[in-house]
Design a protein around this ligand. Structure first.
Ligand SMILES: Cc1cc2nc3c(=O)[nH]c(=O)nc-3n(C[C@H](O)[C@H](O)[C@H](O)COP(=O)(O)OP(=O)(O)OC[C@H]3O[C@@H](n4cnc5c(N)ncnc54)[C@H](O)[C@@H]3O)c2cc1C
Length: 500
């Protein structure tokens, strides 16, 4: 998911490179090729204090590495012009920065996917230290999942995290986290043993089952509403070898592929082999052909991986099975930066193969309405949330803010990328209307569920509305207790915010 804040309403597409190479201003404006971007007094104040107190950690718009940071994004729509960039090295420096943001009333954002026009970008590139313990790994927020898998590789262990290489640990872990081992270990958030977190008053504290347990619960899915996490202690599991499969199918297999997805989602075992997938349908607007793909991973050495036998049985265009390590598998799954504009949107449903096939057909036909959009790459994704994953939180004595029922879900998602800013509104409106149309049809046939995963959601969607209302109320009470002045509701942007 990609979020960014256009603080001053400047056009989002400043472009890459020279357009994002503003001359440094004194304190209240920076020059861009689109004109002068006026900074709020808050951002100017915060940048001045940060540059004075931490000159080595401070990047101004004229610094040589400013552009590299301001444009380090998957989605080019997130290329914005922060007033300055601060790269803390330690949790104490994060705490000092939060105090400065509050004193100055300065807006700020945290990348991965977020950027900010005219505010402070708080980037964790220099907080990438880790410590491997017997059954946990302590991780700073600048690490990607590939960094984590690499750190654990010599020990034959893994953590429960992202499926693609470049995704950051903090965002994914705080919003939930779908992994390759979901059906046994649940979500990434369910596997965090403790969080070190800087609160809105600048204090550094710990949230665990025994320290601040209410905050511990709220951080399991509560996103960026409570503070800045400076260390995640993640549980690790023995995973010396994994069995992987990559399978590609053509359009004639769509209905069998849908059936295999639904069977996989429902599963058939109370103690499953740890396994997970990336399932994608792609429509090529040039050839007018659709293809489907499965990336499947499971613990152990069964080759091909047994959990995906229903897919393996379908004749396909290509099938590649392998036994490897988590690090080696992840090393090949790169996600490009600066290639396109992209948006997600999704809803949840209980599995039904006939309905799912109809949804894919409906999507494919709808793509024809925007087929002339330059660089269009439309995909339909099926993320699987098995009942066994929901059960982890129900039985571990901690829970999470989602409160998912004990049932299998398919989180179906449109992921649509395109090239030009002139098509932004068209693609966004198309995706929104189609997503809500498909959800409405599922409501009518009793398959729809209101849970919306933040990692797959569209910018207009309201994930908190799909949580149990009692959980949302409790989350708000915990926020009021830990951030009474609303530092993270008023000043920090990106991701989904709990409402009033
Ligand atoms: C190519 C791609 C692949 C993906 N694959 C997966 C996947 O396999 N599984 C899955 O579950 N999701 C996946 N996602 C969705 C992904 O989980 C979200 O985009 C997630 O937000 C990425 O996390 P991030 O750390 O990169 O940070 P961001 O997206 O930048 O951050 C998300 C939120 O967390 C906040 N935040 C960041 N750091 C901190 C911190 N230290 N303390 C407090 N708040 C913080 C940010 O302010 C923001 O609100 C994928 C997304 C993409 C684009």
């Amino acid at each position: 998911m990609r979020y960014f804040l256009q603080l001053l309403g400047l056009a989002s597409a400043l472009g890459v490179g020279s357009a994002l190479n503003p001359a440094v201003s004194a304190s209240t404006s920076i020059a861009t090729s689109l004109g002068s971007l006026n900074l709020t007094a808050g951002a100017a104040c915060a940048c001045n204090k940060l540059s004075t107190s931490y000159p080595k950690q401070y990047i101004s718009p004229s610094s040589p590495n400013y552009n590299e940071q301001a444009t380090n994004y998957w989605d080019v729509r997130a290329d914005l012009s922060p007033a300055c960039i601060f790269m803390p090295k330690t949790a104490d420096q994060v705490a000092a920065a939060v105090m400065i943001f509050v004193q100055c009333d300065s807006q700020f954002a945290i990348p991965g996917s977020n950027n900010i026009d005219g505010g402070v970008l708080l980037a964790f590139n220099e907080m990438t230290r880790y410590k491997v313990n017997k059954e946990t790994i302590e991780v700073q927020p600048g690490m990607t999942w590939y960094d984590v898998y690499s750190a654990l590789d010599p020990y034959g262990r893994t953590a429960i995290g992202g499926r693609l290489k470049t995704i950051g640990v903090p965002g994914l872990t705080l919003i939930g986290g779908v992994s390759y081992y979901i059906n046994k270990y649940g979500f990434a958030m369910d596997n965090v043993a403790s969080y070190d977190i800087v609160l809105g008053n600048g204090t550094l504290t710990t949230a665990s089952a025994t320290a601040n347990p209410d905050l511990f619960w709220a951080l399991k899915g509560g996103a960026s509403n409570y503070g800045i996490v400076t260390k995640f202690t993640l549980r690790t599991y023995s995973m010396p070898r994994i069995s992987t499969t990559i399978q590609i199918f053509n359009e004639t297999s769509t209905s069998a592929f849908s059936q295999a997805i639904c069977d996989w989602a429902v599963g058939n075992s109370d103690s499953p082999v740890a396994a997970g997938s990336v399932i994608t349908m792609t429509y090529n607007t040039t050839t007018k052909q659709m293809s489907s793909s499965l990336l499947g991973v499971q613990a152990g050495t069964s080759n091909p991986p047994s959990e995906f036998r229903n897919f393996t049985a379908i004749p396909g265009v290509s099938k590649t099975h392998n036994v490897t390590t988590g690090k080696q598998w992840a090393s090949n799954l790169d996600t490009p930066k600066q290639m396109f504009r992209v948006m997600f949107s999704h809803h949840s449903m209980t599995p039904d193969a006939d309905v799912f096939t109809t949804m894919i057909e409906t999507w494919k036909n709808a793509v024809k309405d925007i087929a002339d959009v330059k660089g269009l790459n439309p995909t339909f994704v099926a993320n699987i949330s098995p009942a066994s994953a929901a059960r982890v939180a129900k039985t571990n004595g901690i829970g999470n803010v989602w409160g998912l029922e004990d049932e299998a879900l398919i989180w179906w998602q449109l992921s649509t990328s395109w090239e030009l800013p002139q098509d932004d509104l068209r693609v966004q409106t198309w995706a929104r209307h189609l997503t809500e149309h498909l959800h409405e049809l599922n409501k009518q046939n009793g398959l729809a569920r209101e849970f919306v995963y933040m990692g797959d959601a569209g910018e207009w969607q309201e994930p908190f509305a799909g949580f149990p209302p009692a959980n949302v109320q409790r989350m708000k009470e915990i926020r009021a207790a830990y951030d009474p002045k609303g530092a993270f509701s008023r000043l920090n942007w990106g991701g989904f915010k709990l409402g009033y």
